[in-house]
Design a protein around this ligand. Structure first.
Ligand code: BES
Ligand code: ZN
Length: 460
């Protein structure tokens, strides 16, 4: 391993320069204007995968963006890693809040700023460089590896479940490795053993065929903005509990062991409030902040639109109102069942005075694994070797829809080892990745392959 680590240290600057090239591609999967960019990014990744010495590299078409595949199966008897990551990124608006352009990666104070720096290009690239270091120094890897990169993660991985089902043979492996999550805190590396799921909806209300004069019509015709606000207000009670009937039926309660373990994590609530400018925390009564975000489901309004929002005042009764809402789910809530309960509730509480349209959007299942399998233990050793401290075990509030699919369709456990930070600004302006974590993450990833190679005999 010494040669590998030397190689990584010597190439530190080159790694960063190459990452900048990847970060320059605006592969925003949500926006039709970027179709060509997303495809270009897939090509770029494939080219890079060939360059570092992976084999059988190809783009595999889906009805949406292609999956980039590559492998190195030269370690007979050793386990096979299925590495998953995504090459698409979130939109960048509001653009004026970025301190440097989102697709011109800029290093400031030890952080590299760009859309995708942490989520997920920087973390994918860290594995590329770990693989490259092994292959360049010894001509081999200590494990077999298959890589799949998706271009639709940020829009709900709509075609990936089908892809996994159709390519079971190509995806034969012993364990999934993913780096698409933050570490617990600066200097506190972590392994994540649970993710929340998601169901997402758009609600449209119409109260009239056109906007109306609020003096001539106000008081006699429904105001859809008001109706929508009243409906949304019924989604949660004052104690932060979701009021959709049946919503909590399948929720697996937190165990005492988890609660105790999480209490020992170095989480500073004051600091958290200060970092994010939160005057006072709010959430479901009876749960701590970590419990609320990691182990409890929630209902959130992601966007609201209605009426006049320009400067000045306009007396108008809007014709329509729209809300984007989503629910984060925990094991064992089923997205389809929750979606049906939500729709039934919305139909019941919508006033007769409005026309209602409900549109279901993307989503994914929640996931949780036990962390006593040999691969997780191997990852813990690798992180300790790479970062110099033992990782803590965390769950996360975000979602990676395919993780539960890997479990259900391929029977594979996943190891989620992320090197982002909680203040990485993922999905927000000024997304960033700590350069030292990127570098340490390359070393830890290289060690991860080494540790996994020795953790168990390969079966795939
Ligand atoms: N990298 C995140 C997932 C994540 C976020 C994991 C925070 C752990 C902590 C991922 O790219 C993401 O944002 N996923 C979406 C999925 C959705 C579009 C189905 C999410 O969580 O909103
Ligand atoms: Zn991501």
């Amino acid at each position: 391993m010494d040669n590998v680590i030397d190689f990584i240290n010597v190439n530190r600057e080159r790694h960063l320069e190459e990452l900048k090239t990847l970060l320059a591609i605006p592969s925003i999967s949500a926006l039709p204007a970027h179709v060509a960019d997303v495809k270009r990014c897939a090509d770029w990744c494939a080219e890079e995968m060939r360059r570092i010495g992976l084999q059988n590299v190809r783009l595999i078409d889906t009805p949406g963006y292609p999956v980039v595949y590559g492998d190195w199966i030269g370690a007979p008897g050793a386990p096979t890693i299925l590495f998953y990551g995504h090459y698409d990124v979130q939109p960048v608006d509001p653009l004026d809040l970025w301190q440097s352009p989102p697709f011109e990666a800029t290093v400031r104070d030890g952080e590299i700023y760009a859309r995708g720096a942490a989520d997920d290009k920087g973390q994918v690239f860290m594995h590329f460089k770990a693989i490259e270091a092994h292959l360049r120094t010894s001509g081999r890897l200590p494990v077999n590896i298959r890589i799949i990169l998706e271009g639709e993660e940020e829009v709900g991985s709509v075609h990936l479940d089908e892809f996994v089902r159709a390519h079971k043979q190509d995806l034969r492996a012993d364990v999934v490795v993913i780096s698409d999550s933050p570490m617990f805190a600066r200097g506190v590396p972590s392994i994540c053993y649970g993710l929340r799921g998601l169901v997402y909806f758009q609600i449209d209300l119409r109260g009239s065929s056109t906007d109306l004069h609020s003096g001539s019509f106000g008081g006699a015709v429904v105001n859809p903005a008001f109706a929508l606000a009243q409906m949304l207000a019924q989604m949660k009670d004052r104690g932060g509990r979701v009021r959709i009937p049946g919503f909590y039926d399948e929720v697996v309660p937190l165990t005492d062991a988890e609660r105790k373990a999480w209490e020992t994590l170095p989480f500073n609530e004051k600091r958290y409030r200060k970092d994010f400018g939160i005057p006072k925390l709010f959430g479901e009564s009876g749960y701590s902040t970590l419990e609320r975000t990691w182990a409890r489901p929630t209902f959130e309004v992601n966007g609201l639109l209605s009426g006049f929002t320009g400067e000045g005042a306009k007396t108008v009764l809007p014709a329509v109102a729209m809300a984007k809402v989503s629910m984060r789910l925990v094991p064992n809530q089923q997205p389809d069942r929750i979606a049906a309960q939500f729709e039934a509730f919305v139909r019941r509480i919508a006033p007769k005075s409005v026309e209602l349209k409900i549109t279901r959007m993307h989503g994914g299942k929640p996931w949780m694994t036990s962390y006593d399998n040999p691969f997780v233990q191997a990852a813990a050793r690798a992180i300790e070797r790479g970062f110099g401290s033992t990782p803590v075990f965390t769950r996360e509030g975000g979602s990676i829809p395919v993780v539960s699919t890997f479990q259900e369709e391929l029977g594979l456990p996943s190891v989620l080892f992320g090197v982002g930070l909680p203040d990485e600004n993922a999905h927000a302006p000024n997304e960033k990745l700590d350069v030292a974590n990127f570098h340490g993450g390359i070393i830890a990833s290289a060690m991860l392959y080494d540790e996994i190679g020795r953790a168990a005999p390969g079966r795939a």
